[in-house]
Ligand binder design. Structure first.
Ligand code: SAH
Length: 344
């Protein structure tokens, strides 16, 4: 029988197992600490567990199922990783260092079902969901690659896939990312980005996870949004914005609206003005993302002066806005460029 990956098990799952094995429930927390806080890569290292328990764990579980298969470093310091999975599939992640921030962009699925017209992952189609372990191990692998001096500070679920379309596995991973016994990333340091799957968003808002929510808005009317994001046909703008307006935010927090500027689709002055009207009354900030062009993406990139102009109109309408600096364009690691691009 193939061994299970212990990283797929939550603290509660492990508590039940400890009870079954007549061990104290407290062992579960110790195991989680070994796995994520201390990042132990072998059961033998877990020295505050009895030899007998370590042997039982060893017989039942593995604790790694993903490997860094390749990495490419950009001129700007960001690094794209290719993570090889046990079944021969692979996903990508991007490390983005700044002065005080070291962020990792994490994948949640192999491929994606949602076919956004500007995104390369969408072109791959959907292959499969990642397991909780495969999501968590991207962070373990990159942290190990970086070494103890450079601790990751932020996680963004903005890599390959749609996080809310792999709901249970993503929630399981998020609990460990956020747990004091696990990775200890504070809720403000974790951002989940979604195309706006309303039923999953309704579920998500009831979770006790206080992480940041980013919505890929990308257009101000249904015609334009459906053209570039087919998911809009099922979950139209009006319903999505109503959800956002009513979303129970923690004090001092805001929703992020990502807006990929696509030339000729959503980039006019009127679009900027309409965007500021639509967002009125929502505690939010806008993250403008100039389109990253790619092979197979049927749009050209946005001229900088048009980006600045769009940005300024929002500022003048009192919308909090920042334009996302494109990272890793030279290694095809920028937004929407994940999904290929490893051939020498
Ligand atoms: N499925 C999730 C997370 C992955 S995409 C989502 O859609 O939010 C992360 C962000 O990258 C999204 O805001 C998406 O709109 C943006 N993006 C995708 N392709 C892009 C491209 N070619 N140029 C710029 N941004 C892109």
């Amino acid at each position: 029988m193939q061994k299970e990956n212990i990283l797929d098990w939550s603290m509660e799952d492990l508590e039940r197992l400890m009870e079954e094995w007549s061990e104290s429930k407290f062992r579960s927390k110790q195991i989680i600490e070994w796995l994520y806080l201390k990042k132990a890569g072998a059961f033998a290292l877990m020295t505050n567990l009895s030899k007998d328990l370590r042997a039982k764990l060893e017989a039942r579980f593995v604790l790694r199922s993903l490997k860094i298969q390749d990495s490419r470093e950009s001129k700007d310091g960001s690094v794209k990783f290719l993570f090889g999975l046990n079944d021969g599939n692979a996903v990508e992640g991007v490390y983005m260092p700044d002065e005080n921030r070291r962020a990792l962009c994490v994948s949640t699925q192999v491929g994606c079902k949602f076919h956004c017209a500007f995104c390369l992952t969408g072109k791959m189609g959907f292959i499969r969901n990642l397991s909780p372990a495969e999501i968590l191990e991207q962070v373990l692998a990159v942290q190990e690659w970086l070494g103890p001096e450079k601790t990751l500070t932020n996680l963004v679920l903005m890599g390959m896939g749609e996080p809310l379309d792999n709901y249970d596995n993503v929630m399981k991973a998020l609990r460990i990312f956020n747990s004091p016994a696990g990775f200890k990333f504070g809720g403000r340091k974790i951002t989940l980005s979604t195309v706006g799957l309303l039923p999953a968003l309704e579920r998500f808002q009831k979770e006790d996870l206080k992480i940041n929510l980013a919505i890929s808005l990308n257009a101000v009317d249904d015609a334009a949004r459906s053209r570039i994001m087919p998911a809009n046909k099922k979950y139209p703008l009006k319903d999505l914005l109503k959800f956002c307006r009513e979303y129970p935010l923690q004090p001092g927090r805001r929703i992020t609206f990502e807006y990929v500027l696509v030339p000729g689709v959503n980039d006019t002055d009127e679009d900027a003005e309409k965007l500021s009207r639509l967002l009125r009354g929502i505690k939010c900030k806008v993250n403008l993302i100039p389109l990253n062009a790619g092979e197979g993406v049927p749009f050209s990139s946005m001229p900088q002066d048009r980006v600045d102009r769009f940005h300024k109109i929002l500022v003048n309408s009192n919308i909090s806005v920042f334009t996302r600096k494109s990272r890793g364009g030279d290694i095809l690691a920028a937004c929407g460029q994940l999904g290929g691009g490893w051939a020498a």
